[in-house]
Write a protein that binds this ligand. Sequence first.
Ligand code: HEM
Ligand SMILES: *[C@@H]1O[C@H](CO)[C@@H](O)[C@H](O)[C@H]1NC(C)=O
Ligand SMILES: *[C@@H]1O[C@H](CO)[C@@H](O)[C@H](O)[C@H]1NC(C)=O
Ligand SMILES: *[C@@H]1O[C@H](CO)[C@@H](O)[C@H](O)[C@H]1NC(C)=O
Ligand SMILES: *[C@@H]1O[C@H](CO)[C@@H](O)[C@H](O)[C@H]1NC(C)=O
Ligand SMILES: *[C@@H]1O[C@H](CO)[C@@H](O)[C@H](O)[C@H]1NC(C)=O
Length: 326
Amino acid sequence: MASHNLAAVLALALLCLFAVPSLGALQVGFYRGKCNSTDVEATIKSIVAGRFARDRSIVPALLRLHFHDCFVRGCDASILLDGSGTEKTAPPNLSVRGYDLIDQAKAALEAKCPGVVSCSDIIAVATRDAVVLGGGSQYMYAVQTGRRDGNISVALDALRNLPADSLTATQAVAAFRAKGLSATDTVLLLGGHTVGITHCSVILNRLYNYNGSGKPDPTMDPNLVSVLKARCPQRSTVDNSVVLDQATPNNVDNSYYKQIMAKKGILRVDQNIALETVTNGTVKALATGALNFPTLFGNAMVKMGAIQVLTGTQGQIRKYCRVVKK
Ligand code: HEM
Ligand SMILES: *[C@@H]1O[C@H](CO)[C@@H](O)[C@H](O)[C@H]1NC(C)=O
Ligand SMILES: *[C@@H]1O[C@H](CO)[C@@H](O)[C@H](O)[C@H]1NC(C)=O
Ligand SMILES: *[C@@H]1O[C@H](CO)[C@@H](O)[C@H](O)[C@H]1NC(C)=O
Ligand SMILES: *[C@@H]1O[C@H](CO)[C@@H](O)[C@H](O)[C@H]1NC(C)=O
Ligand SMILES: *[C@@H]1O[C@H](CO)[C@@H](O)[C@H](O)[C@H]1NC(C)=O
């Protein structure tokens, strides 16, 4: 490379360095040097790793927590707030988990540098770490930080903003578009269903009485229908769990896309994105590897993590993630 080219590249790089941390924008490594000698991201990572060693289901728990946080009032940790009538209490919350891990990380960081690290950033960083633990180093992505916490949480917002399991692909894409995400992002982010579970109550209609037909959903593989019927008896007092990725339920990988292409989607929305023209091309490319899921999933997570964030002097840094600071 000619030396003047190198100089130009260096100048551009410097420009970027100074341009990126502008007030009020998310950035990679926001907490570097802000917590005395404590490495904020390393602190969160070690807590996630400790939990993962005992309980791999922390991966789906955090993924879903982050998604729900970002889709309701933006990624502002409003989902963590306790109290009657908060997002936490709204029915689509069905079993959102991971709150205690966020509390643990927050306590560890408050002990090192009080009032510095937001709960919303802890969710974002912990989720990234969990994804890497569940999928391997190729799932590493440069998580952005610099979010601040909101002080409002309303159950009704959760009801209005969280997509229903029965959506068509077109409806799901519209719901994501309303948050500034593309059809491709919709497909990539639904790939979060590569881990974790749903409950029989959510899918009973697909198994026994699809759309009032008295029959199973014809878009589900009949063998899978039998397997799931055994796990989800029609009249049962217990609401069993069903894994969302029947092939590799504990690994973050692209098998979700292979499953839905084989008519083995668990939620109706999962199956629908493999069927409709708006999304089926992307599904196929991710299933075959023509599109690289590990890299693209990380990119989409960064986009999701930037939805309607509070930054700069907006919002607040809570002391306890479950309570607004007065
Ligand atoms: C149209 C969009 C979406 C719909 C309708 C949807 C719906 C659901 C439903 C109904 C469940 C099962 C809840 C239960 O029975 O307990 C679930 C679980 C889950 N969702 Fe989604 N979801 C969507 C998008 C996403 C996104 C974008 C992510 C993350 C990137 C995500 C991650 C998860 C995970 C990891 C679980 C398993 C949770 C666990 O095992 O604890 N979902 N989702
Ligand atoms: C989540 O919603 C259900 C209703 O579907 C409710 O019974 C439950 O208490 C809510 N969870 C929390 C943490 O409030
Ligand atoms: C650094 O540590 C001291 C002593 O623990 C603490 O008072 C101070 O708040 C910390 N600095 C920051 C930036 O948090
Ligand atoms: C569900 O049933 C209604 C009424 O029979 C019908 O109009 C509609 O197309 C069906 N929808 C699906 C997705 O099968
Ligand atoms: C997507 O679905 C449409 C309509 O069913 C079909 O014509 C097309 O071949 C599908 N594309 C892929 C890549 O499967
Ligand atoms: C809550 O947020 C609103 C709007 O951002 C702000 O005006 C208000 O002062 C905040 N209240 C607290 C207690 O932080």
